[in-house]
Design a protein around this ligand. Sequence first.
Ligand SMILES: *Cc1c(COP(=O)(O)O)cnc(C)c1O
Length: 217
Amino acid sequence: MIAEALHTILKELPPRVKLVAVSKFHPAEAVMEAYGAGHRVFGENRPQELKAKAETLPADIEWHFLGHLQTNKLKMVLPYASLVESVDTLHLLEEINRWGAANGKVIPVLLELHIGAEKTKQGFTEEEVLELLFRADSFRFIRFCGLMGMASHTDEEDTIDADFCRIADFFAYLRDLFPELSDFCELSIGMSGDWRIALRHDATIVRIGTAIFGERA
Ligand SMILES: *Cc1c(COP(=O)(O)O)cnc(C)c1O
């Protein structure tokens, strides 16, 4: 079933789009089922769970971290994650940079942009992202790889479309403004309910959980 769901989605994705199979709350067996079907990129949102899975599952898995990250949990995430997609505060970015310096490792990150209607949603404002990228040089152990965003929680396609439009436009603007940031090329938008809409806005990464693994326990 997992393999079938994966293949159905992969068939529709243009080759330039990376599929992150979001395995949070699902057991290692579910990850291994997708792995057996050839998939290698998985997403987790809890530090402990990422660490536990990364330490026991095959080493050629590429793990993305997508959750809220507290600065006292960096050591459970940064040794394992190929990409931290959910950097949402300056303080977190500074602490990741500090960890990178101490461990001699450059950490690839996406900046999470607040685009949805919900006030509770995490993420930077456009102004904050601009301010931060103007001094990207000062984060020597951070590799800025692009933006991540979550659309409003709604079934209204127009609203989701507008949310993705906004982040895609801002992403294009940043790419023009900061050509020296040569790794700034990923736009991570689209989840189980809205990834087809995200493709219309040039997503380069989609993060899909439920549509692959079923409902989370
Ligand atoms: C859980 C999660 C997803 C996957 O959500 P689904 O609706 O199950 O596809 C994607 N992105 C983030 C940031 C998540 O936390």
